[in-house]
Design a protein around this ligand. Structure first.
Ligand SMILES: Nc1ncnc2c1ncn2[C@@H]1O[C@H](COP(=O)(O)OP(=O)(O)OP(=O)(O)O)[C@@H](O)[C@H]1O
Length: 389
């Protein structure tokens, strides 16, 4: 005979009886009204924690500690604790409660990128919603504005034109541009408490830009960002995907740390422009991925050269082969050059990517050539001959 499931509200409360507030250690959590909701369903505990008017960085350890402690209880399959916003600008009230932290911040949580260790991932619980995603690859850059989002979108479309099912997770919390580039407007559908990705040009996509007004997330720091990333990872019903591309924010901050600690990436692709400064920053990004033992699939040089529309002559405005040489020095694959062309920018601005508008044009060919190179890595047969040599 099966043993009855023993977890119930009483047991959860019992487990939390010694928890105190990190900012007022003499006050017991259960003596406050901070636990707003407590639901138990199918051995999964969901708690909503009201966040008082303190620095969210002080609340995050409590959230994490409760999650960890409750997930150890007998008959508990999963414990999730969500921070509840005092007010939010999210379009969907069922999501808003869970996604954001209070707007007031008294301090900036500085990210300690050195604290990322590969073994953190071992402790991370598998994210159920990603079970149906075969391969997750981050598209990153050290510096902003180098064309990472344009590359993500066009690469995604090039891969889908090869017959793969592709999704984009826009993790660029501070400047989400994927909805604009894919012309995705309107409200994200919520089904069974999960976000349903929007679709355009055969690509599924989710972005914080679909959930909050564009200027709101810009001020988020530390735990707010981490909470948002975790929920973009675990609260989205992706369905079957061959590959998910994650459009990362530039640099090495909270998003990179949270992702590094939450999921095992199958690979990372760096995007850089030929300028020295962008390359220098890209190297920092590469070293961060190396710390989490994420395979670097390679580096793409964007805005490499101008292609004369009349004579097809290439002009290397910022010098030739800078990224290629650096890739060789770093012993990582060089994935290719993308020209700087007005059509790429205008297509992005119109929300109809160049790979959709002119799938056979020279700009699209550059993305297709890179898709050809990474395709075998996605299909776990190793990277195709890269252009390093
Ligand atoms: N190869 C290219 N040719 C012409 N314009 C380009 C090219 N790549 C990107 N752009 C344009 O440069 C601008 C910045 O590109 P994008 O938003 O993709 O960069 P990003 O690295 O994602 O920026 P952010 O750091 O803000 O997220 C956009 O206007 C985009 O259309």
């Amino acid at each position: 005979m099966n043993n009855p499931i023993s977890i119930n509200r009483q047991k959860v409360k019992e487990a939390l009886k010694d928890f105190t507030l990190p900012w007022s250690p003499h006050i017991r959590l259960l003596d406050t009204d901070l636990i707003e909701t407590l639901h138990i369903e199918n051995q999964k505990i969901h708690i909503t924690l009201k966040v008082p008017n303190v620095d969210p960085a002080q609340v995050e350890p409590l959230r994490a500690k409760i999650e960890h402690h409750l997930s150890q209880l007998k008959d508990v399959e999963q414990a999730r604790v969500f921070m509840n916003a005092i007010s939010s600008g999210l379009h969907d009230p069922t999501i808003s409660k869970r996604l954001v932290f209070p707007p007031k911040q008294t301090g900036h949580t500085k990210s300690d990128t050195t604290s990322i260790k590969a073994n953190n991932i071992k402790n991370a619980k598998p994210i159920e919603t990603l079970n149906s995603v075969k391969c997750v690859i981050a598209i990153a850059s050290g510096k902003g504005g180098v064309g990472k989002s344009s590359t993500t979108v066009n690469l995604a479309i090039a891969l889908s034109q090869k017959g793969l099912k592709v999704g984009i997770m826009d993790a660029d919390i501070y400047g989400p541009s994927i909805p604009h580039m894919l012309d995705l407007k309107g409200k994200v559908e919520v089904r069974d408490h999960k976000l349903i990705p929007m679709t355009a040009w055969g690509i599924s996509a989710i972005s914080i830009g679909m959930l909050v007004p564009t200027n709101q997330a810009v001020i988020w720091r530390g735990p707010m960002v981490m909470g948002a990333v975790k929920q973009l990872l675990s609260d989205v019903k992706w369905g079957e995907l061959d590959i998910m591309l994650i459009d990362m924010p530039p640099g090495t901050g909270d998003v990179q740390i949270t992702l590094g600690q939450s999921i095992k990436l199958d690979g990372a692709i760096m995007v850089s422009t030929p300028q020295d400064i962008a390359l220098l920053d890209a190297k920092r990004g590469i070293s961060l991925f190396q710390k989490t033992r994420t395979p670097i699939l390679g580096i793409i040089e964007n805005m490499s050269y101008f292609l004369c529309p009349r004579c097809q002559e290439k002009t290397y405005i910022f010098g030739q082969d800078g990224v290629k040489k650096e890739a060789k020095a770093l012993n990582i694959p060089f994935l290719g050059e993308i020209p700087i062309l007005p059509a790429i920018r205008t297509a992005s601005d119109e929300g109809i990517p160049i790979t959709v508008q002119q799938p056979d044009g020279p700009e699209s060919q550059a993305y297709h050539a890179i898709a050809d190179l990474i395709y075998p890595a996605i299909c776990k047969t190793g990277l195709a001959n890269s252009k390093n040599s």
